[in-house]
Each structure stands twice: as C-alpha cells, then as structure tokens.
Design a protein around this ligand. Sequence first.
Ligand SMILES: Nc1ncnc2c1ncn2[C@@H]1O[C@H](COP(=O)(O)OP(=O)(O)OP(=O)(O)O)[C@@H](O)[C@H]1O
Ligand SMILES: [Mg+2]
Length: 358
Amino acid sequence: MIAADSAPPLLGEAAGVAPLLEVRDLHVEIPVPRGRLHAVRGVSLRLQPGESVGLVGESGSGKSITLRALLGLLPAPAKIVGGTILLDGVDITGMPRRRRQRLLTDTMSMVFQDSLTALNPVMRVGDQIAEGPRRKLGRPASEAKRIALDLMAKVGIPEPDRRYLAYPHQLSGGMRQRICIAIALSTDPRLLLADEPTTALDVTIQAQVLEVMDVLRKDADLSMILVSHDLAVISQTCSRVYVMYAGRVVESGEIRALLQDPRHPYTFALLRSVPDPDAPVHRLLTIPGQPPDLIDVPRGCSFAERCPFVAPICVASEADPELVVLREGVDHASACLRWQTADSWDQVAAQSSIEGPQ
Ligand SMILES: Nc1ncnc2c1ncn2[C@@H]1O[C@H](COP(=O)(O)OP(=O)(O)OP(=O)(O)O)[C@@H](O)[C@H]1O
Ligand SMILES: [Mg+2]
C-alpha cells in the first residue's frame, strides 16, 4: 500500500500546474472547560485550479472548522496547532499574520449556511455586494454598483435594480443565499469555500442555487470546496470528495469511485442513508452510537465502536489508521484497515438488524 501523500496526479498536475491549495496534516484544537478538543486531526487536502471538491460528513466531523482554519477565520479560542497550508505551492504557514491573512482573503471567499446571520440586517443588499469591489478592490462607487447589479443578474435575481434597494428580511431565503453568493464573488476570488450553502433551503430552491453556483464557477474558472452532509448534493457539483469522520479524512477520491465502490464503512453507511428515489422502499442504514469524544479519543480506529464490520485489528494499534491509496495510479484512498473486505459489506449489512425500511 502507498501512503496517501504519494497520491496519483490530479487534474492539471500532469501538465505541471501546482495545486491552488494544498493542506498537509492540519490539526486544530479548541480549549474547552473539560480539556482540549481536537476538532481537526491531521486533515490533508489538495485542490487544482478550476476544480470543485466536496467535504462530507455528519454533524461535528470538523467540516466547518477545517474551512474556517483555511480562511483564517477560526472562532476564538480555536487554534491551528499543526500542519502546513500551501497556496500556489507557497507555504504560507510561517508568514507574518497580516500578510498571510491578506493573501488568504485575496484568494478565497466563503458562503455560509445561514444567510440571515451572514448579512447585515440594516444595510441594503445591493450596497452589501458593492462593498467588496469598493473597499477591497478600490473601485469607484458607481463602478462598484454596476458590478453588484451585474452579479445580482448573474446569480439569478430578477429585477436587480429594484432588489438592490431591498433589506435582507424583505427577500426569501433562496434570494438571500444568492445575495451571499454574489457578495462572495464580488472580490474576484479564485477559491470559493461554501459551507452547507443550500441546507437551509427547500429542495427545489436548493437545486436552483446549486445550479447557479455551478454555472458561475465554470464561467469564472473558480475552484470550490463545497461542504455538505449530503453526498447527493456533493455528487451534483464536485469531481472529487473527502469524507470526514471525527476530525479526520477517512476516505477520499474521485466521486464516482466512492459512490460506486465505497471502501470505508463510514462512507458505506453515508451512502445507505441517501434515499434512492427509484427504490420501491427506501432503506436506511442507521449508524448506532455516537462519534468519539474528541477530548479523549479512544485507541485504534475512531469509527470502530460504531462499525458493523469491526475486527480485533481495528483497535489493536494506538492511533487511527492512516489514509492509504488503494491502487497505484487511482485517485481513491481509505483509512479502513479492512477496505479489502468491502465486497462483503452489502451482504453483512443486509443480514444484520441495523438496516431497516425508512
Ligand atoms: N466554538 C466552539 N467551541 C467549542 N467547540 C466547538 C466550537 N466550534 C466547533 N466545536 C466542536 O468542534 C467539532 C467540529 O465542529 P464543526 O463545526 O467543524 O463540525 P461540522 O462538521 O461543521 O458539523 P455540522 O455539520 O453540524 O456543521 C465538534 O465537536 C464541535 O462541537
Ligand atoms: Mg458545519
């Protein structure tokens, strides 16, 4: 087996294009009254220019903390305690704080889940979009307004001239999220970090907003990290995916490979929990138990306690198993020591009592 660090070339790498973003072995800790909560435990990610990758995992798996760490926006008192971040191949970890922050905010923008708290309630939405070009890009007010109106049309807001003057509470959730996307794009970022951008919206609006993001991304040759707890949403938009569990990446690779041939029991379970619209009876694999305590992580694989396919080897070592590439030249890695037994997982799950009709 090959360490995931020597992963096969990704889109563009063969042509010598450096990854836009490379994160190596990122660790984030949050001091809490009970001790130090290890929210992110050795996450590595790579993203080529123009690429869109997904970050998926259940609540508390460390998706938001990872994104915020990348943008230098961790909530106090959370801290990066280890790892390296490279932008265009340049290690920014040791840079003076202000210079690093400027580089990060010049390159990346973020869209959050909750548009109502992300927007300023007492400022017209159009002005909120124009603020980026005016303040950050130094454009004159009239040009900033033109850019804002243009972006409003691009994200699919009807009658931009009229809506420019609206306050956030006067717009629907879907429209507000489009405003947030316009704000994120207003400073010409190269990388969009989208944290559950459509979770708060109903399904039809969700699909429309995802579609808008996808078109804009391709138009502007933008890279994106899309966070979701829903693999179906990720598979609509992303070419690659990282599956997170308890602060670690447990499986990664090309999206189709993971969907068709999951090689970590956690991904397997996540896929079972995506209802198949064509199936006569939706079957849902509920994963019994809770994620581990991130202040006092148990020995061995963090998923072992909840894993339907657990074996003694899974808890034999002190640390979590490493993410390893499954086959040389293939973009698919798993942190399950027993990934080779995956062919039997369907059968085991079908026979066990953990699966049942939804
Ligand atoms: N401000 C904070 N103070 C203390 N613990 C926190 C704080 N923010 C996050 N955490 C903890 O860090 C871990 C990772 O949280 P994170 O918000 O990254 O999860 P997530 O994957 O984004 O979950 P969700 O899907 O619910 O958004 C969790 O255990 C969470 O409880
Ligand atoms: Mg989150």
